[in-house]
Design a protein. Structure first.
Length: 228
């Protein structure tokens, strides 16, 4: 069963990631995600399914935390895919009824996503828009996003000041009552709790959820919250 931790004042099972991750070896995502690496990702069999499944599980966990939160009201709900990469999670958001905005700091990643048929189709209908920018300073007007999702990206934030800037940026653009659902790979349990506490201080209510907490290979970490 998943382990839920509603705030930072919990007796969390202590764990640290063993070995070096890309985020530990490279200072920026661009140093790791070279054009060659991005092209390999595009050609990798099963990547679309893996990313779709991660996004679907992240939203399922959000619904479990806040029943009814994904029930779409109004004619044009907007969802933000943070660290959108090649747009796999954004495909799912559009299919769920949202207009999706993908934000990524990697120019070539965003450009190469245009070669994917779902991206072309959804963009041609005005249902998917891509923006090259940092998640710590999002170039969107205030309170325009109903839902923000991120999979396998936020571990690149790294430093505390970046987490604080990110929390302030997401709090500015999310509507009151809007939700965030993040799946990512923190270095340790304390890093997980720290980002949760920072998000809470920015005006969100919710917490972190850890699946397979005792199994490092299968462990998944989620931050699930709603803007108060």
């Amino acid at each position: 069963m998943p382990r839920q931790y509603p705030d930072e004042d919990v007796d969390l099972d202590a764990w640290d990631v063993q070995g070096d991750r890309p985020e530990d070896l490279f200072e920026t995502p661009g140093e790791y995600w070279t054009p060659e690496a991005i092209e390999r990702l595009l050609k990798a069999k099963g990547q679309a399914r893996i990313q779709h499944d991660l996004a679907a599980k992240t939203l399922t966990n959000l619904s479990g935390q806040f029943p009814g939160i994904l029930e779409i009201e109004g004619s044009s709900p907007v969802a933000l895919d943070i660290g959108c990469g090649l747009g796999f999670a954004s495909d799912m958001l559009v299919n769920a009824g949202y207009t999706a905005i993908g934000i990524d700091i990697l120019v070539y990643m965003t450009l190469l996503s245009s070669s994917r048929a779902p991206v072309k189709y959804n963009a041609s209908r005005g249902r998917y828009h891509r923006v090259v920018a940092s998640a710590t300073c999002m170039p969107f007007r205030a309170v325009m996003i109903d839902l923000a999702i991120s999979t396998s990206a936020l571990q690149w934030l790294g430093k505390t000041d970046q987490e604080v800037a990110f929390a302030a940026s997401i709090a500015r653009v999310i509507t009151t009552g809007g939700a965030i659902a993040f799946q990512y790979y923190p270095r340790s349990s304390q890093d997980l709790i720290q980002l949760g506490a920072t998000i809470k201080q920015a005006g969100f209510e919710g917490g972190v959820l850890v699946e397979n907490v005792k199994n490092p290979r299968k462990r998944k970490n989620y931050l699930l919250a709603r803007k108060a």
